[in-house]
Design a protein around this ligand. Structure first.
Ligand code: NCD
Ligand code: ZN
Length: 389
């Protein structure tokens, strides 16, 4: 099969054909003529921070509903987080969750292993058992504060026993000021070792990570909203507008853009539950911003496609290139429209991005197969692959 059109290839949009065999790109060239596609053929997104819930929280999201939302948002692979109820802290529950994923995910799926104070002594053993079967992207997100939190000492112990990327939700448990809480936690972790820092919300912490061996992640909500504008809770908290603008100015220092898709029902939100859904709106909003010239399209691809694959070790995922999976999203730049919660596919039915402009994918290809065409899903649940060892 050859797909022909305007392709984001090697940092530029060029007219060429992509030859696909067995789900993998085998050749790219100007003289490869094939089925012509209208719009811009972009590499599909990789969202390394989603909370797809299930189990006792199936009423607010499941792998099935979350991955469908991901697919409509042009995401071909997700990293799910282990703070489920019950949490993913041993091999038994990990395998159970992967079995659910195998029969219900629409997009490719991977799952982090949770670290808590009760499993730190066995964490390497648990990881090795899981890795006989599945590819584990990271240990994390590790919390330093709240219900599933561990101490800095436990984190350091884990870092010393396990040869695996650890992702940290960096907020110091003893610091009242929310800007300082992030800065302090990042500072302390950077002294220990190399980590990947989830959802960084301050320019200061982002800069410290930029000047280290560690890597960082930022989210659309921290870039777009300040605490003056959105009152719903999220962790880390939304900051002042001044702090938000500083984060935007330092966006280039972030390695990864992720949604931290964290669905809660509206009822729970009014009661103060922290987190926003966002896996479906990230790529469409940022593609729109790239179209308008607010951000560079190359930065978007770097932070939502290339670096996620590189940092989390996803072989054959990433940019459109010979040897990689044929995971594409076709955007028609003329089809911009406001985001409406009623059009989205998360179970929760609300979004903080209501009314913001976006360009939603026209078509999506996963491993060469067209899975979404003009807003119609062409596959069944379970089409997505769980990443094997
Ligand atoms: C997340 C959730 O609800 O699982 N909430 C949030 O505010 N971000 C947990 C997290 O990533 O901290
Ligand atoms: Zn978090």
């Amino acid at each position: 099969m050859i797909i022909y059109g305007n392709v984001f290839y090697k940092g530029r949009i060029v007219e060429c054909g992509i030859e696909v065999e067995n789900g993998v790109v085998v050749d790219i060239g100007k003289d490869k003529r094939g089925k012509s596609v209208d719009g811009i053929i972009m590499p599909a997104g990789i969202d390394v921070h989603v909370h797809f819930r299930d189990f006792k929280e199936s009423y607010k999201e499941t792998i099935e509903s979350g991955s469908l939302s991901a697919l409509y948002g042009g995401v071909c692979l997700v990293v799910d987080q282990p703070n489920t109820n019950p949490p993913i802290v041993d091999e038994e529950i990990y395998f159970k969750r992967m079995e659910i994923a195998e029969r219900s995910t629409y997009v490719d799926y991977s799952l982090n292993l949770g670290l808590v104070k009760d499993n730190v002594d066995e964490i390497d053993e648990i990881l090795k058992k899981i890795e006989e079967k599945y590819y584990v992207p990271a240990i994390g997100e590790v919390f330093l504060k709240g219900k599933m939190s561990v101490s800095y000492e436990t984190l350091e112990k884990a870092k010393k026993t396990v040869n695996k990327l650890i992702t940290v939700h960096a907020e110091d448990p003893n610091e009242e000021d929310d800007v300082m809480a992030e800065v302090k936690a990042v500072e302390r972790c950077l002294k220990m070792n190399r980590f990947h820092f989830c959802h960084i919300s301050t320019a200061k912490a982002l800069d410290m990570i930029y000047n280290s061996e560690s890597t960082s992640e930022v989210t659309p909500h921290h870039l777009l909203y300040s605490k003056e504008v959105v009152k719903f809770k999220v962790n880390p908290s939304l900051k002042s507008n001044e702090e938000r603008v500083a984060l935007v100015r330092n966006f280039y220092k972030a390695d990864i853009l992720s949604s931290d898709h964290a669905p809660h029902t509206l009822e729970e939100k009014w009661e103060g539950a922290p987190g926003f859904p966002g896996v479906e709106t990230l790529y469409p909003m940022f593609f729109y911003m790239a179209k308008k010239g607010y951000i560079k399209i190359n930065d978007l691809v770097e932070k939502f496609v290339v670096n996620p694959a590189k940092i989390f070790g996803f072989d054959r995922y990433g940019e459109i290139e010979v040897g990689n999976y044929a995971n594409f999203v076709v955007f028609d730049p003329h089809r911009e429209r406001p985001i409406k919660a009623k059009d989205l596919h998360s179970k929760v039915g609300w979004t903080i991005y209501e009314g913001l402009m976006a360009v939603f994918p026209k078509d999506v290809y996963i491993r060469g197969e067209k899975v979404l065409e003009d807003g119609e899903i062409l596959i069944d649940r379970g089409f997505g692959k769980v990443l094997q060892a």
